[in-house]
Design a protein around this ligand. Structure first.
Ligand code: FAD
Ligand code: SF4
Ligand code: SF4
Ligand code: SF4
Length: 383
């Protein structure tokens, strides 16, 4: 029996799920058991829409439909918790299982702090996350760097530091470093992200640490809560999931990869924040002068609530009907989220004017956090 803190290699015994899954189908197999045992009423996951650049959120209530959600979509940049608040009443009356990346986990906690989500009704299976790629830049990248028609690509994956595509006529991989040096690759917020193994979910799943004959066929599962242990034990007992002890060398490797990802996040923070430097407010003023006041950054931010109401209705400081809005529109938003921004990138991703909003909010948050680390001082900001 697994308990909180345990780690196992896991895979599903369901052949149909295993065929579509990314790495053995433990995640989808666990959801199958969660639905069948009525641990949850529904599973909120991501599935492929028109093509692999079109990741769609879907609420599944029948276990037979889960197979469509198996597999990882690296161009899936959605944040699920705010959708649960908006469309499913914050899980107040329904038990929902959700596959989450690190930013989703943080968004759940921010929403719960603001009483917008009932975490008692949420089960989270986390997936390790090295980063995601915005769909439109991904298409551009595949054309420019891979010299392949993006519509001919039927599978993408990120493995051993490479972005790999399979397309009509072959497959190609290019190192993420090379792609990012050329201005492509992961979203800018993902490069700075240091929440790689989502240990605040109930289970944290990924491929880091799976070596030997199970490499590519099983998922490394870390049990992070009692709820997670119950789900895993129940699924094993029901025969949906099989597990074995992880290879000790794999454990060591997992730690090393996580450490390397932290260093990479630090490198990008140093680069991005240093470039903003002392001119942060000047840069914010210049960039936000393009704003068309569409409110998308407010609508999609998991920590932005009261500011939205005030700014939509207008206030003494932000006159209704004024375009671009005066700088107080943005200053109030940044101030209001300054100690809570989770660097999820939604504001930036969905801004029609391509204003680097997440960069600004993240810089403000990290600099604020640094004041609570007096021993590190400025280093906490740039490291
Ligand atoms: P499956 O049974 O195939 O289930 C996959 C689950 O992920 C499904 O529930 C599906 O709906 C959900 N999903 C698919 N795309 C997304 C998305 N964009 N956002 C949220 N949920 C999604 N593991 C690592 O060890 N290192 C990494 O660097 C790493 N990077 C990842 C980056 C992304 C964007 C994603 C989505 C996953 C990443 N993973 C990473 C996790 C890994 O790819 C597998 O998801 C994990 O090992 C589980 O495999 P599985 O076969 O059990 O999952
Ligand atoms: Fe993954 Fe972090 Fe990017 Fe979220 S912000 S998609 S957890 S790398
Ligand atoms: Fe302005 Fe962009 Fe926010 Fe829309 S999303 S209100 S354009 S900053
Ligand atoms: Fe996410 Fe942007 Fe809100 Fe920060 S400000 S939490 S990056 S949407």
């Amino acid at each position: 029996m697994a308990a909180k803190g345990d780690m196992v290699y896991a895979w599903t015994n369901d052949a149909e799920i295993a065929k579509k899954a990314e790495l053995g189908g433990a995640v989808t197999g666990l959801w199958k058991h969660a639905l069948e045992s009525k641990m949850v009423d529904a599973v909120f996951a991501i599935q492929k829409g028109k093509d692999l650049y079109d990741a769609q959120p879907v609420l599944i209530t029948k276990a037979a439909d889960l197979k469509n959600t198996a597999g990882s979509l690296h161009c899936g940049t959605l944040l699920l918790p705010k959708l649960i608040k908006k469309y499913f009443d914050g899980a107040k009356t329904m038990k929902i299982g959700v596959t989450v990346k690190g930013c989703d986990v943080m968004a759940f906690y921010e929403l719960a702090k603001r009483k917008q989500i009932n975490l008692d009704n949420i089960v989270m299976i986390g997936v390790n996350c090295g980063g995601s790629v915005s769909p439109i830049p991904a298409r551009r990248m595949i054309k420019a760097k891979f010299d392949v028609d993006p519509d001919k690509v039927h599978k993408e994956e990120i493995d051993k530091g490479q972005f790999i595509i399979e397309y009509e006529g072959g497959h190609k991989g290019i190192s993420i470093d090379e792609l990012e040096d050329a201005g492509y690759g992961r979203r800018s917020n993902c490069r700075r992200c240091k929440y790689k193994i989502p240990r605040h979910a109930d289970l944290a799943c990924g491929n880091w640490g799976v070596i030997g004959d199970k490499a590519g066929k099983a998922t490394f599962v870390e049990v992070c809560s009692e709820k997670g242990a119950n789900l895993l034990n129940g699924a094993v007992k029901a025969g949906v999931i099989a597990t074995e002890a992880p290879n000790p060398k794999g454990l060591e490797m997992r730690g090393k990869v996580e450490g390397a990802m932290f260093k990479l996040g630090d490198k990008w923070r140093r680069k991005d924040f240093t470039a903003l430097g002392a001119n942060l407010w000047e840069t914010i003023n210049k960039e936000t002068s393009r704003c068309i006041k569409c409110y998308s950054c407010i609508e999609n931010c998991p920590v932005c609530f009261t500011a939205a109401d005030e700014l939509i209705k207008g206030s003494l400081m932000v006159k209704p009907g004024e375009l671009p809005p005066n700088s107080m529109f943005h200053m109030r938003r940044f101030a209001h989220i300054s100690d809570s921004c989770i660097n999820c990138g939604q504001c930036e991703e969905l801004c029609p004017m391509d204003i680097p909003l997440a960069l600004f909010s993240h810089a403000i948050r990290v600099e604020g956090d640094a004041t609570f680390e007096p021993k590190l001082g400025k280093a906490a900001y740039t490291n």
